[in-house]
Write a protein that binds this ligand. Sequence first.
Ligand code: CTP
Length: 456
Amino acid sequence: MTYPSSRLLNMRERLAPALWQLLTQAAQEAQERGWHLYLVGGAVRDVLLADESQPLLLEDVDLVVDGFHRAADVGAGVTLAKALRERYPNARLDVHGAFQTAALLWHNDPVLDSLWIDIATARTEFYPYPAANPEVEASSIRQDLYRRDFTINAMAARLTGRRGEALPLLDFFGGMLDLRSRQIRVLHANSFIEDPTRIYRAVRFAVRLGFELEPQTQDYIQYALESGVYERSLGANTRAPALETRLKAELKYILEAPYWQRAFQLIGSLGALRCLHPSLKLDPLLWWRVRLIDRWLRRFDPDQTLKHWQMRLEVLIAHLEPQERGKVAENLQLPIDSIERLQHLGQAQTEVVESLPQCQRPSEVVLLLRQYKLPTLVLIAVHSYRAIRRKLWHYFTNLATVQAPLNGNDLKRLGYKPGPHYKEMLDALLTATLDGVIQDEADAQAFLEQHYPRST
Ligand code: CTP
């Protein structure tokens, strides 16, 4: 085989010794069976990009075994993973039969930490219909790399048959050049038609690495978006469930990253929210809402008890017509509480917007708003006009945390017989506290004596 690049990678110095040892053992196991073994994808990209003075932390490692096209080698990746598992009994082995891949996972291992190694058999993917699940057939490493997303992710370093420490780099598609000129470039025109998640991946890599989307790649994105293929697959329900899972995973990755605002803007300027729903666009109102909900969440959920990335996604979905929201949330397999929240948001919004201006006393505000949970209220806030937003802000900052000076235990201590009437008494105390009728414990006791004489 001739190599398209004469470049050699000196990996040994770059990787943690334990990982290097593991890769060496994996290469031996492969070689004994007459196979080649390659390090591929993100690990090669990250080694080439990394600052040599800093230790490189690799947590996800992708390996590919090239079985030289023999039918008996279709499961080579799985065989190799099993052989390695014998040497590393601490690892968990997961085999994904349909894709001929296996994963070895370590969890808080003293040496390998939380390493995750995927081992696949060299393969090419063909798509029976666009945007469907890839099917797999045995093939060579070049084809395996050709099916990948971007040139910078389509390089491999050969671990077997090397001389010395350096690994030969396989760069068939100009990945090195694109790394140097900081370009995200797809390998072929149909890449985005086959896999819409790649649009989001292109954005993610561009923003994370500070790269540009190469102009032709941008054209391919436009072509895929305008071809209507995603809309058709949405409408006809021909999307494989795995596609929705991967779309959600990419959205999560982007929406929880520190660079989410820049990535989101780029997605918007490409018009790529259409992958979620044909009418979804990043207009100025939506952009304002996603940033606003972020401010509310930072203020009222500083400990992140809610998933902030998911709330950002909910704002996107809530930008759709009310009857469309639940369907999109279901397609993306959001959790059930999130789906229900989006389904009922329109109704909750109407109730709050109509009733809140009628509330005169603070207790009325609390009585109305405490029926709703924080995520619903922040969604309502970013979809409401200013006067409603102000009242909601006031509720969170001044009213929601107010407590009456006495609780149930205090009632018992004061000699009130426990029973269902406690709730009424405690509510009355809270109402009086909120409305300024009582200020302290003495006021509260006097209030109780007046309204709930001990015999009750
Ligand atoms: N890949 C692809 N198309 C996708 C997803 C993944 O071609 N839709 C390929 C790419 O070659 C990628 C590799 O699979 O490098 C591994 O995918 P993943 O772990 O998601 O990406 P990484 O490149 O490792 O990126 P990250 O560092 O963000 O994990």
